[in-house]
Design a protein around this ligand. Structure first.
Ligand code: ADP
Length: 476
């Protein structure tokens, strides 16, 4: 029997320890799905906000110093077992003792380049200490590992780098280079240089053995100027090693029939309705018979919040309820707050609340996802799994996971929803009107809900694709 391969999965956030978005969900669920066939350990920073007691996170005797630009940084390693998975945590005061993970909603921390350079160096130390066949790196925060490994001739660890969102590249002024101890020799257009600045993500793309992104459509989109965020040319240059693999959701955690956040766990449409009743009471909205729309997510341009705000002005006087949960840029907070205060059928909740989001997925009839771009998107899959019909802009992963109702092939890996090609106030409004019409056609809507709830959005088949990609890298 062949020995199982050893994989180190490197991420800057992992559910349930720290989460700002979909990366955390992926970094929890994908390693778990992979662990059936390989040995997978996960490593992340031990942020101050992580509850060490709750997860029984223990300090390891091993610690080390990292030397960067004549400075010494003390790094301590921690470890815990959670749901039969092994997690390593890297602690260094600069990296971890902050209020937020990466910065305020308005801007990143000034020392982010140094913070995640320390993180990457520490990952390399772990790779030196314990033999891993492959390191799976994620987003700009761990991209430097691919470059640092190139400088370590003795280490044969292969790398796979995943881009979860090309809009966040980790771009810094070029004078950080000496401060983070990276040689000037990497400051050229085939490596870190990006319009005379330093771009961490370029290190992952240039030096990893294989690059993936989180949906096949996004893998094509990022090669174009419209979606390439300035890296489309660079990505086209590396296109032979770029693959799109659709994300999944953890169907054990996101399971309407056993979800602990729900008063009425359910597996059918009739019982789902109890959750709507309950939630409307919770947020003090009237109208069990009116369709309930939800929006959950970061208040950023990417998520189409501008269009949402425009449309809300109209929805306020329509026969429906809307419940919004999220956090993000102040300008969107103010705009949403103003509208919500004007209309009785709009409920707005700020903040990040996992349990509340589950109650919303369970209660709603429709999920609004008017994203300008969407690398994969998890909300639409969670929503469909909870029998909530998505209303989405046909981009990225939304286009790979939601099919137009009229031409829906009832594929097991694709749900049905209301899909619009071009994002504008008019198209979103028209789609919402379509949703309201669908809602009044009870039998048609029920049939769609039933199909969506039966779809397979689990990690299983995507994990198998990753396994094949790991083998491709390991076999050279
Ligand atoms: P992102 O671009 O933010 O990574 P994804 O769709 O990939 O978006 O993943 C979003 C994940 O975060 C989903 O699990 C969603 O339910 C969750 N989420 C987003 N915002 C909130 C919030 N304010 N409260 C609770 N969960 C949230």
């Amino acid at each position: 029997m062949k020995a199982k391969k050893n994989i180190l999965f490197v991420a800057s956030e992992v559910f349930p320890f720290a989460k700002s978005g979909g990366l955390a969900d992926v970094a929890y669920a994908l390693p778990k799905a992979l662990s059936e066939h390989m040995n997978v350990d996960v490593v992340m920073p031990l942020y101050r906000s992580i509850d060490r007691k709750k997860y029984n996170i223990q300090k390891l005797p091993k610690g080390f110093q990292i030397h960067i630009d004549a400075q010494e940084y003390e790094v301590t390693l921690y470890q815990c077992t959670y749901n039969a998975m092994q997690y390593y945590f890297i602690y260094s005061p600069i990296l971890c003792d902050k209020e937020f993970l990466y910065g305020t909603p308005e801007s990143g921390y000034d020392d982010n380049a140094l913070r995640f350079c320390i993180f990457s160096h520490a990952v390399v130390m772990i790779l030196k200490d314990k033999k891993y066949d492959l390191a799976h790196l994620n987003d700009w925060q761990s991209a430097l590992v691919a470059l640092l490994l190139k400088e370590q001739n003795s280490l044969k660890t292969k790398t796979l780098y995943t881009i979860h969102n090309l809009a966040y590249q980790g771009v810094f002024e070029k004078d950080v280079l000496p401060q983070i101890g990276i040689s000037e020799e990497f400051f050229h257009m085939d490596a870190l240089e990006f319009f005379d600045q330093v771009n961490f993500m370029k290190a992952g793309i240039a030096f990893a053995d294989l690059v993936t992104t989180v949906s096949p459509t996004y893998a094509k989109e990022i090669l174009t100027q419209e979606f390439g965020c300035g890296l489309d040319g660079f990505l086209r240059h590396h296109r032979s090693k770029l693959v799109g693999v659709i994300n999944g959701i953890d169907t054990e955690f996101f399971s309407p029939s056993s979800d602990r956040a729900l008063r009425y766990p359910y597996s059918n449409v009739t019982r789902k309705a109890l959750n709507k009743n309950e939630y409307l009471k919770e947020i003090q909205l009237k109208g069990q018979k009116k369709p309930l729309f939800i929006f959950i997510g970061r208040f950023t341009w990417q998520k189409g919040v501008e269009t949402l705000v425009e449309v809300l002005e109209e929805l306020g006087s329509m026969k429906c309820n809307i419940s919004i949960l999220g956090d993000g840029e102040m300008k969107y907070h103010s705009a949403l707050k103003r509208i919500a205060s004007e209309y009785k059928n709009i409920n707005l909740q700020f903040g990040y609340d996992e349990s509340l989001s589950h109650r919303m997925y369970a209660a709603a009839d429709f999920l609004l996802m008017p994203s300008v771009f969407e690398p994969c998107g998890l909300n639409q899959m969670i929503a469909m799994h909870y029998g909530t019909t998505p209303v989405v802009h046909k981009v990225g992963g939304l286009s790979d996971t939601v099919e137009v109702i009229e031409s829906c092939q009832r594929d097991k890996r694709k749900g049905c929803g209301i899909v619009f090609d071009v994002l504008s106030k008019q198209t979103l409004l028209k789609s919402i009107q379509k949703a309201i019409a669908l809602y009044s056609d009870r039998s048609k809507h029920t049939e769609i809900i039933k199909h969506n709830m039966k779809c397979d959005f689990s990690w299983q088949s995507s994990a198998m694709e990753y396994e094949k990609l790991y083998k491709r890298v390991l076999n050279g």
